[in-house]
Design a binder for this molecule. Structure first.
Ligand code: ADP
Length: 243
């Protein structure tokens, strides 16, 4: 479903991703863990070319892109196959919840306004915001704004949703509602790659856990392997610090 081969990315001399290989099966939830600065966000952003990788290959579904020489069409196709949920929600402040979700469907997918509205209402209902369609972001809590962000990603019907620390800007009491929405859509079989520091969530939702440090994948495996029987010293140290 998704294959990343020898992906590399540097900012100047800082080699942030060093030959990353990653495979994600259809319907899988992959959680990426690691200390701050290890390259997790950059990896997600390279998968949809929000950052341009320096080398390697990315395959999503039936489309493979050579990262050194991507065409405009390659980038367009990868972006159509992915959707991202951002740490800071990235909603349009002057648009309502409904308009925020409709935007991509109208502008990118060229759906009619009626069809875009129908899908957007369904998705906002799915994340528990059926009563907030006309609310502006400033009238919504952080957790509600992030749920709009999730509805917006779902509406695009992507092959994979990339979650970049979706709960790390939330007050602790709002984290649960967002994680439960992510859990619910994970159960529906949507393929996801999730960067998070929420270990409890990673343990129950992930099919596969990847531990990154210093721009490399140090260790990966099933949650039971990574959390309860990590092999690498660096993984053990990381987990002992945060769990
Ligand atoms: P993580 O998500 O694991 O915290 P990041 O992918 O955000 O790590 O960052 C990895 C490294 O890349 C850090 O050293 C960070 O300073 C650097 N970095 C990230 N984005 C940029 C950028 N746009 N320009 C320069 N350096 C960056």
């Amino acid at each position: 479903m998704i294959k990343v081969n020898r992906l590399s990315k540097a900012f100047g001399k800082n080699e942030v991703l060093q030959s990353i290989d990653l495979s994600v099966e259809k319907g899988e939830v992959v959680v990426i863990l690691g200390p701050s600065g290890s390259g997790k966000t950059t990896l997600l952003r390279c998968i949809n070319f929000l950052e341009k990788p320096n080398g390697g290959e990315i395959t999503i579904g039936d489309h493979t892109v050579n990262c050194k020489r991507p065409s405009k069409l390659d980038i367009h196709i990868l972006r159509r196959k992915t959707a991202m949920v951002f740490q800071h929600y990235n909603l349009f402040k002057h648009k309502t919840a409904l308009e925020n979700v409709m935007e991509g469907l109208i502008i990118v997918q060229k759906l009619s306004k009626e069809k875009a509205k129908e899908i957007s209402v369904q998705m906002l209902e799915k994340v528990g915001l059926g009563s907030k369609l006309d609310a502006y972001p400033s009238r919504l809590s952080g957790g509600q704004q992030q749920r709009v962000g999730i509805a917006r990603a779902l509406a695009l019907n992507p092959e994979v949703i990339l979650f970049d620390e979706p709960t790390s800007s939330l007050d602790p009491e709002l984290v649960g509602e967002v994680l439960s929405v992510i859990r619910k859509i994970a159960r529906e079989g949507i393929t996801m790659i999730v960067v998070t520091h929420e270990m409890g969530f990673a343990r129950d939702v992930a099919n596969h856990v990847v531990f990154m440090e210093g721009g490399v994948i140090v260790e990966e495996g099933k949650p039971s392997e990574i959390f309860y029987a990590p092999k690498e010293e660096r993984t053990k140290q990381f987990l002992s610090r945060i769990t």
